[in-house]
Write a protein that binds this ligand. Structure first.
Ligand code: ARG
Length: 720
């Protein structure tokens, strides 16, 4: 009985967004969805959410850096985003003497703001280009179509490219390629650091608390976007002025209550809500566990060195955080997929679909084809996970691997010396970047251990021919860790990549044989070439088939249930979305209730003096003990609210997104998802899914009381 109920609910939810599920396109918001928003508590008109002609809420939202969201909160281009989104910019601005990552930083006037190498992008407009795309690939086979697509995209986006005004177009397939939408972005490149709390606040709880509620993290940082005097995007210059934005968000310090409306705008990176049971099986059996295994090794080695030396910590921190973030995610994702029986539910739905598809030529082959496609690729998928980590996670090997292109140029008949110089100069620039974050001690250990892991874990028939025999002949038994240690030591000692003088003489007189004789290059090249030659084509075929099948499967799902199709949303793909829901407590497991907010009391409870993850600035402890919360206090709790949770449907990429109340005011910044629903990329759970947000009152308290940066507070439009 129970099982039938579950299946029924599932098949329903696959077709139609239920509860607070859904990442909607704000520019194409259906009336039904808008009505649901109003029912939940939205007080704005559709035009105020997104307007083609007037400034609207969407104009305050931006893509921050490579993969986060930010929002404009003042008339002078002030940006709020997460601490973990500004993390590498903060680390780059830091030295051991001026350690802003450790101690925090506030600019008390604009002259103190720090230049970064970030960019931000605003959404200018969108266009549905489905007809144009389809016309350009009409009559082609699926393989031809896939091959031609980049060219088709380029010819369409070239028409809107406008370098002077920083406008670029990008095309996003929606509903697995059943629709194509072009987004035109305006990109700015003079972005300056304005403020960040100490890491003990901005990353309070570290990786122990990451992806978990209850949480007590002040995950925010502050930047400003600058433009040329005429408002156009420009390279960094002292003469640039703060951007006058089209729109900025007022900030409400009225506080949140259980059940309040909450809306989140932003750039969710990727979901696969229409993933098949085959995909889930591959993920759970091979992809996630092998990645977790591999990252385990790297993280332990890196952490050990970071603890020993503050300079190494600054070098590795940002990279470490991103490896750790998805190490925990992939582990948790599989645990939750198993807990929710997602595989069984998908399979039950697929059986229903197959039943419906019988006799329909367009659809009846889909699941036999899926089965064949997965069976063909699965034996090689683990190797791909290893190679995909960037020569298994050794930065030296990854850099060495990037020189395969240089080698190819050096061997190209008739290539001009100017082109060779260009290619070698680019490698020298890449080497500089690699060196700026290279820690030899940890890297050498990573190289030894991961090369050994590959040897033990990947089917021998897939090893690069002769590579391990070579190690055995020189360094000894492949079962011994010592063997790999000796090999890695030799590699690090002999490579030209870590030796300035030898690199300089190579670049003055580039010769392929020097690369080929280099132990780091020959290691990386052996594995990458082996993969590229034998396995990459299989992966491309696997992906191409999946894309073709996915498109028909989704089309079939919509045909099977046309009523529900009206309320379907496309998978996240880093295009702008809005999601709506409410502030809400939950019960993570039997007999356990989680409150919807956390407070200063909990911060002090978690505090561990001197701890890597749970330490606190002395001033914070003092002010929190005194309850010196000023206008940011939550009167009902007589405390400072730190974080809160909502039912919103978001994912990675949404980090830094504004959490907005029913009247359009900023109430918090989304920064995480909860552990109990970590399978959210594949299936949204209507009971357990939560978005974790830092309360904007905590953000302002940190800026004002801890940081003393009243200049920032006075720039905001506060709603009290
Ligand atoms: N889980 C967060 C996200 O993906 C990132 C949190 C960063 N903090 C950390 N402790 N690694 O958005």
């Amino acid at each position: 009985m129970k099982k039938i109920l579950v299946l029924f609910l599932f098949s329903f939810s696959l077709l139609k967004a239920m509860a607070d599920e859904g990442m909607w396109l704000p520019m194409l918001l259906g009336q039904q969805v808008y009505n649901d928003m109003v029912k939940k508590g939205l007080k704005l008109t559709k035009e105020q959410l997104y307007s083609v002609n007037k400034s609207s809420l969407k104009d305050a939202i931006l893509i921050f850096g490579g993969g986060c969201t930010g929002e404009i909160v003042s008339g002078e281009g002030l940006i709020f985003t997460n601490h973990h989104c500004g993390y590498s910019a903060i680390a780059n601005a830091s030295t051991v003497e001026h350690n802003y990552l450790q101690d925090g930083f506030y600019a008390y006037n604009k002259d103190q703001e720090i230049k970064s190498d970030l960019t931000v992008q605003f959404l200018d407009r969108i266009a549905d280009v489905t007809n144009e795309v389809e016309a350009a690939v009409k009559g082609l086979s699926w393989a031809e179509r896939t091959a031609k697509m980049p060219e088709v995209y380029k010819s369409i986006t070239d028409k809107v490219l406008d370098n002077e005004n920083g406008l670029v177009g990008r095309i996003y397939p929606m509903f697995k390629g059943n629709q194509y939408i072009m987004y035109v972005y305006k990109s700015y490149r003079d972005i300056r650091l304005v403020g960040a709390p100490p890491e003990t606040v901005g990353k309070f709880g570290g990786d122990t608390d990451n992806w978990e509620w209850p949480r007590h993290t002040g995950d925010f940082s502050i930047f400003r976007v600058y433009a040329a005097k005429d408002g156009k995007p420009a390279d960094y210059s002292k003469d640039n002025t703060p951007l006058k934005p089209k729109y900025f968000l007022p900030v409400s310090i009225k506080g949140v209550k259980d059940g309040d409306y909450a809306m989140i705008y932003g750039y969710p990176g990727g979901t696969n809500r229409y993933e098949t049971s085959y995909g889930i099986q591959l993920k759970n059996d091979i992809e996630n566990p092998s990645l977790v295994n591999l990252r385990d090794v790297r993280l332990k080695i890196m952490h050990e060195q970071m603890l020993k030396d503050p300079a190494v910590k600054l070098k590795l921190a940002s990279n470490y955080a991103s490896i750790a973030n998805y190490w925990k995610f992939f582990d948790g994702e599989t645990k939750q997929l198993i807990k929710f029986h997602t595989f069984d539910q998908k399979q039950a739905y697929e059986n229903k679909f197959a039943e419906w598809a019988k006799g329909k030529a367009e659809y009846e082959h889909i699941f036999t084809d899926y089965a064949k496609n997965y069976a063909e690729w699965t034996p090689y998928s683990k190797q791909r996970q290893y190679i995909n980590e960037g020569i298994m996670g050794s930065p030296l090997a990854a850099f060495a691997g990037s020189l395969i292109g240089v080698e190819a140029n050096l061997l190209k008949p008739g290539i001009s010396s100017a082109d060779i110089k260009k290619s070698v100069d680019a490698a020298t620039a890449a080497r500089k970047k690699f060196q700026s974050s290279e820690d030899k001690i940890s890297d050498q250990k990573i190289m030894a251990q991961t090369a050994m892991l590959f040897y033990n874990d990947i089917d021998k028939s897939q090893h690069p021919i002769g590579f391990y025999e070579g190690i055995k002949n020189i360094y000894g038994d492949l079962k011994e860790e010592q063997t790999f240690k000796k090999w890695a030591t030799n590699t690090f000692d002999k490579t030209i990549m870590l030796d300035d003088a030898r690199w300089a003489s190579f670049s003055a007189n580039p010769d392929a044989t020097v690369l080929q004789a280099d132990p780091a290059f020959s290691y990386a090249a052996a594995f990458i070439k082996n993969y590229n030659l034998k396995y990459a084509p299989l992966y491309t075929a696997f992906n191409t088939n999946n894309a073709r099948l996915g498109k028909s499967y989704l089309k079939g799902i919509m045909e099977m249930n046309p009523a529900a199709a009206a309320k379907m949303y496309p998978d996240a793909n880093f295009s702008m979305r809005v999601s709506f829901g409410s502030v809400k407590s939950y019960n993570p497991r039997d007999a356990v209730h989680y409150d919807y907010i956390t407070t200063g009391k909990g911060v002090l409870e978690k505090y561990i003096a001197g701890d890597y993850e749970f330490d606190l600035p002395a001033k914070q402890i003092e002010l929190m003990k005194k309850k010196d919360f000023g206008q940011y206090i939550d009167k009902a709790r007589n405390d400072l609210v730190v974080d809160f949770i909502t039912t919103n449907d978001i994912t990675g990429g949404n980090s830094g997104s504004p959490v907005i109340d029913g009247s359009g005011n900023l109430i918090g910044l989304a920064f995480d998802g909860n552990y109990e629903a970590l399978s959210h990329k594949i299936a949204f759970d209507k009971d357990l899914n939560r978005t974790i947000c830092v309360d904007v009152r905590y953000v302002l308290w940190c800026i004002d009381k801890l940081g003393g940066a009243k200049n920032i507070i006075s720039e905001l439009k506060l709603v009290k």
